[in-house]
Design a protein around this ligand. Sequence first.
Ligand code: HAM
Length: 417
Amino acid sequence: MSKIQKIKGFSDLFSPESTVHTLMENLARQVFGTYGCQEVRVPILEKTELFARSIGEETDVVQKEMYTFADRKGRSLTMRPEATAGVLRAFIESGQCGAEGTTKLFACGPMFRYERPQKGRLRQFHQLDVEVLGTDAPQADAEVVLMLWTFLTKLGLKNLGLELNSLGCPECRPVFHQRLRDFLATIDHTQLCEDCKRRAQTNPLRVLDCKVPACKSLVENAPSIAESLCPGCDEHFAQVRDILDSAKLPYRLNDRLVRGLDYYQRTTFEVVSGEIGAQTAVAGGGRYDGLIKQLGGPDLPGIGFACGMERLALLYGQAQIPAPDFYLAVLDSRALNTALLLAQRMRERGFSGEVSFEARSIKAQMRQANKLGVKTCLILGQDEMEKGQIVVKDMATGVQKNIGQDDLEQALGFRKP
Ligand code: HAM
């Protein structure tokens, strides 16, 4: 029979990779928790309309990257390509959007985008996502950026760059759109990539951050959105920058940072790294006032971000997996059951370890103990069984002694809760 292989762009995570993911998730929960974020778990599958309406019909994500299919009753469903839309749907549907004040939500899990797989770009990837809902204060923007930066710093990541921009609001964006369209009318469209030929008509902002070198050089002299911001957006952005300056958080203003999803307004940001290949963005986010209303909720503002866990993991490197506390070698098959119950007793008391299921040669079992990296090996043979004892071997020194089985925890000097 032929082997069944995983789907292209999907991956299996074994330890240490899975350990790194768990570690990142736990740290995210803890750090974001200190800012008041509550975890929400939302479905992976949603109605297609949710994403089309929020991310935008004209985006690459909606146009060509979604895993969309009809269910058995012919309803169009989509595997979430990002978390924001689902979190907002849940926020609205649960009625939490009616509560006063600010709601801070944390979500994580797998996302799905049908992109061309490469290093740091998968079709199933994982995000750590934060959404801060119900405030348009510039302080919230600054707090969100600081929250992300604190998390990345605590993760021990270095050499990251923070890029910042403001995309304006429905008042000033149309003015910029027109200026941009006027500019795009002056360039040679035949030189644009196929995507940008389409974007120039449907979504001109996106031409600005196309990564294709030919497009990049064609829009080199495009107008800057910074010059088109209305006084309200200008002031809002100035305040955000002011706080980040006071917090001594270095950033680079990038007026070409438009992000790939259409719901953004005002502050947008990305964290980039030059150390993980072509896919440089490890996290990105921004403000999306108007989106909650667009999804049928009240007119509440919001801002958030998501980190790509696979990209963070590339920077994080290998996790140090702690060795188990013991390995219990069994030399006589008649001792197997006693060994198993002794190991069980130890685990109930909080120790970690493995016990042999077979009475193999002592050499093979020592090899196994070394492979696990344990400091202490316990050995149980018929002789020890009869005396109610067990051998405790210090793997570093090779010194071994017999102790009573009842004295195991104490004799080993374990200090576990
Ligand atoms: P995004 O920029 O599309 O934003 O994705 C956020 C992060 O997810 C990226 O910076 C990247 O690290 C990771 N990512 C995206 N696509 C892939 C992929 N194919 N393979 C591996 N990693 C990937 C959002 O998704 C927004 N929902 C963020 C947000 C939350 N904005 C406001 N709130």
